[in-house]
Design a protein around this ligand. Structure first.
Ligand code: AMP
Length: 929
């Protein structure tokens, strides 16, 4: 049996535990009885011969109008979601998808991604996640390996998949209109519980990832066990944050939707931002979380997380839950929040054991618990015989949830999924007690032992697989990728945990020639092959690798990276000033590296979000300045961070959201909140050569006084704009309140004789237009529009069936309720920590100033045309169009776009808004070279 040095949660090494391994002993009949029968009494009868999507469809019948998916401002009811998934399923059927067909999904987290999964299952196929953040080479390999019949993606990711012309590729965002023509009736496919539901790729020790094939029966058993043991109801909400290429996400994607609960999706790329997650948890009243321990560790440091009133269950999985983290959890979290430790490999349909963590415990270790329903656990020695209680052995899994095997890898399947007959008759007999005997066992490679009370303790690995922040990594895969570089003769990669809770990958390398290739070169070589989480934090040059007496590499003798000089960085740039020097010190401590150059990239050096939190806390302590974590995205080097630290002095209302290109810029003014981050997506959707600038409220930095009137704002923004573009024609716009400011800017520009080519009013109310009329004229207008609004609601309701009417009203009420909840949270949050308090107060103050400015604004008429782009789901449109027509005497161009006041600038609606804006910008623009 291969052995390597890995630490368990209690600090013991697998090597030390191995020394306790006893040779097989003949167990007494009582011991057999205890191990195989008593400890494995897991048989449970759940609904059988059912598929994953059928469990969902049964739920749609029970709660058609309950909210199912929530993403930003968008809410889909069970019924709506079911219809959309049916439409996609019909399209897939036409393309030949059915039982055993693999359909790829390469998408960012979005409602379409969930619709894609359910649509594939409904069509009878199995989904294969292709994480768009993976390097091209890895995606290419997986696509070639699976030969998926159809690939579902999004327009912006299409370029990632350009090598795959042979597959049918469908962009669910841009092609949805056509899919929406398909029938909404439930699809009849002859898929059965023995067909594949999904194939998930995990790291492979021989250099390439391997696809694990899971059938419906395994995952259905798993989800039914979960629902029986920790039931969810319509009152519950589950947060979706786990990448879909990690099987823990199955719980997030499916457990709420099989039970009438809500599935609340974190925005893409924000799943590791603790502050964002905490806000979302509070806002959406999340009750259930699935986390890897390192994420729990980060969240526990957030004060507003530990005071959460709604959280009931936190399930940890993916790697060992350290005992100390459990203790920290109990010290910080209220007693109504329960912590659970789940254990299981992808090959066992997500999990196979569970444990409810105990607040008052005499145990000095954290168990992985007992087998879940219809699973059996056997701890076996090298001869595949059970070992006595307390004796370490390899954990083997049996039962209904075992994977069919590895896609296209029969030898590896045979090696890891062994026949139960090899293990002796007692085990065969215990397997036969399960409702669905499998007659195979999966060899996990985990070292574990039974305790006398029937709970299991996991002790580490017996092979070269490691877990880094929940990601499963075969060190052999990294080594194979390194050896593919012509400059490397030999190498060994280890995962070191020199500081508890911070495991890092270190590569020890012997060069082919006298010198190692440069760090930068090695990193870019690996970047083409491996996901970011597999990138070593440091490359250590070695003249030889230490060997043990039997000639194997002696990993214990490998030096710690801070005891030796790291590989040479020729692009090393030394700090040039005091700020850079102090930052270098902070980075070196956080990353535990020496010789960091000021132009080295934080992420390339092995930085991740947990380290970023530490780093920014240290920066705040040293410089007294709190920068948002997202600063690292655009300032990932010491030099750039130093510049960002220096920036607040030169604060500007003008924010370059997309500065590239030589067309005249589009200037988009903030809504009433003052912030322009909400325009980020819109800016990205415009032409790549269309500069897009946001204008944010003065005062957001907490230092300057916010501006009091719309005229004052317009004047200030024009001063800044004219430094960038001194002469017209100007292209202006803004959502909501921002449209009014843009309108006022156009007035001021016109007064100066400047040309304005576009005023794009994005669902902007013509604030103050009625003030232009005497009261006796304004009042009848107001009454008329109120009547119109009521009429519109009634009209909307009339067109709906009774249960949809209910849904409509609930949606409106829910929206209001959610808004109120957000406000309540914001209020509560104000009193939290002094720093957060300061930030919230600043935002509130800016918003208040903006509201006040709007209240006193009386618009003048404007003799040129304006463009009014309204959100289709809003109901005061008639009134707004009328208002703008009384103001813009040059004419009002009226355009409808999908969504509501907020969601119109969010995916997927934002694309159509961008298309409309692009058309206006190019139409009105002179020809540019
Ligand atoms: P994956 O296939 O990514 O789910 O990884 C499975 C492996 O992660 C297991 O074989 C264990 O090595 C490790 N693992 C998962 N959950 C736990 C846990 N609760 N405690 C200890 N190790 C775990």
């Amino acid at each position: 049996m291969l052995m390597r040095l890995t630490k368990d949660s209690n600090g013991a090494t697998a090597m030390q535990v191995k020394q306790q391994l006893v040779s097989p002993t003949a167990l007494t009949a009582t011991a057999w009885q205890q191990l195989l029968v008593k400890f494995n009494q897991s048989a449970a009868t759940y609904q059988r011969n059912v598929c994953l999507h059928e469990l969902f469809e049964a739920q749609v019948e029970r709660t058609p109008n309950a909210p199912s998916l929530i993403f930003q401002e968008e809410i889909l009811t069970y019924h709506e979601f079911h219809l959309r998934a049916n439409q996609l399923a019909h399209r897939l059927r036409k393309l030949g998808v059915g039982p055993e067909s693999l359909v790829g999904i390469c998408m960012e987290r979005s409602p379409e991604m969930v619709i894609a999964m359910y649509g594939i299952l409904k069509a009878g196929g199995a989904y294969v996640p292709f994480d768009p953040s993976y390097p091209q080479e890895r995606l290419d390999f997986m696509l070639a390996d699976t030969q998926v019949a159809v690939l579902l993606t999004q327009e912006r990711l299409k370029s990632h998949l350009s090598n795959f012309k042979s597959q049918t590729t469908i962009c669910l965002d841009s092609e949805w209109d056509s899919i929406a023509q398909e029938s909404t009736v439930k699809v009849e496919s002859d898929v059965s519980e023995e067909n594949l539901a999904y194939v998930i790729y995990t790291s492979g020790s021989t250099g390439q990832p391997k696809g694990v094939m899971i059938e419906h029966r395994g995952i259905c058993n798993q989800l039914q066990w979960m629902q029986t043991t920790y039931p969810l109801t319509t009152e519950d909400a589950v947060l979706l944050r786990t990448p879909f290429s990690f099987d823990l996400s199955l719980y997030e994607f499916f457990s709420p939707l099989l039970a009438g609960a809500r599935l609340v999706m974190a925005e893409p790329a924000r799943e590791k931002d603790p502050q964002y997650l905490v806000n979302l948890i509070q806002r959406e009243h999340i009750t259930t979380l699935f986390l890897v321990p390192s994420m729990l560790q980060m969240l526990l440091e957030e004060d507003s997380f530990v005071t959460s009133q709604t959280l009931k269950h936190i399930f940890c999985s993916g790697e060992a839950l350290p005992f100390a983290l459990q203790q920290r959890f109990f010290a910080r979290m209220p007693s109504h929040t329960r912590l659970h430790n789940l254990y299981g490999p992808t090959e066992a349909s997500v999990e196979c054991t569970h444990w409810d963590c105990e607040r008052d415990t005499n145990r000095n270790f954290l168990p992985i618990g007992r087998p879940i329903a219809n699973y059996q656990i056997h701890i076996l020695d090298e001869q595949l015989q059970p070992v006595p209680i307390g004796t370490p052995g390899e954990l083997h899994i049996g039962g209904i949830g075992l994977a069919r095997g590895y896609w296209n890898r029969p030898e590896l399947t045979a090696e890891r999924f062994i026949s139960i007959a090899e293990c002796g008759s007692q085990i065969v007999e215990s397997d036969s007690r399960l409702p669905t005997p499998d007659s195979r066992l999966y060899k996990t490679g985990d070292l574990a032992r039974w305790h006398a009370d029937g709970v299991l303790e996991c002790l580490g690995r017996i092979d070269f697989q490691v877990k880094i922040r929940g990601h499963r990594i075969e060190l052999g895969e990294i080594e194979a990728a390194l050896l593919a570089h012509p400059g490397i003769r030999a190498c060994v990669v280890t995962a070191r945990e020199d500081v508890p809770g911070d495991k890092r990958l270190i590569a020890y390398l012997m060069p082919q020639q006298a010198e190692l290739p440069l760090n930068g070169e090695l990193r870019s070589h690996l970047q083409q092959k491996l996901p970011t989480y597999m990138m070593p934090a440091a490359f250590v040059p070695m003249t030889s690798l230490p060997l043990s007496p039997n000639g194997k590499i002696d990993r214990k003798q490998l030096p710690a990276p801070d005891e030796i000089l790291l590989a040479r960085e020729t692009d090393f740039v030394a700090p040039a000033n005091d700020t850079e020097r102090k930052l270098t010190q902070i980075w070196a401590e956080a990353l535990r590296l020496r010789a960091i150059g000021v132009t080295d990239n934080f992420f390339v050096l092995g930085g991740h979000s947990l380290l970023a939190v530490r780093l920014f806390a240290a920066v705040e302590k040293e410089f007294g300045q709190k920068l948002p974590l997202t600063t690292l995205l655009h300032a990932p080097t010491i030099r750039q961070l130093a510049a960002a630290l220096a920036q607040p002095q030169s604060w500007s209302a003008l924010v370059p959201l997309q500065p590239a290109g030589n067309r005249p810029p589009f200037f988009c003014v903030h809504a009433v909140g003052g912030n322009v981050l909400e325009y980020y997506e819109l800016a990205q959707q415009m032409c790549p050569d269309q500069p897009f600038y946001g204008l944010q409220s003065v005062g957001l930095d907490g230092k300057q006084r916010p501006l009091r009137s719309i005229a004052e704002m317009a004047a200030q923004y024009l001063r800044e704009i004219r430094q960038l573009q001194p002469q017209g024609p100007y292209y202006l716009g803004g959502r909501s309140f921002g449209g009014v400011v843009a309108y006022e800017m156009a007035q001021q520009l016109r007064a100066e004789g400047q040309a304005v080519a576009l005023i794009a009013l994005l669902d902007t109310d013509p604030i103050g237009w009625l003030k232009r009329f005497p009261r006796h004229v304004a009042l009848p207008y107001q009454a008329r529009f109120l009547a119109l609004r009521i009429k519109r609601h009634l009209q909307n309701l009339r067109g709906l069936r009774l249960r949809d009417q209910w849904s409509y009203l609930r949606k409106k009420a829910d929206y209001k309720k959610r808004k109120l909840a957000t406000m309540r949270w914001q209020l509560a949050h104000l009193f939290h920590t002094r720093q957060e308090n300061r930030l919230s107060e600043t935002l509130r103050e800016v918003e208040e100033f903006n509201y006040r400015a709007a209240r006193y604004y009386v618009p003048a008429t404007y003799p040129e045309p304006v463009t009014f782009i309204y959100a289709q789901e809003e109901i005061s449109t008639t009134e707004n169009i009328f208002g703008w027509q009384t103001l813009a005497t040059g004419g009002v161009e009226v355009i409808a776009v999908p969504g509501n006041h907020q969601s119109m600038i969010k995916a997927p609606n934002v694309q159509l808004l961008a298309a409309q804006l692009k058309a206006r910008l190019t139409q009105n623009q002179p020809k540019y070279q």
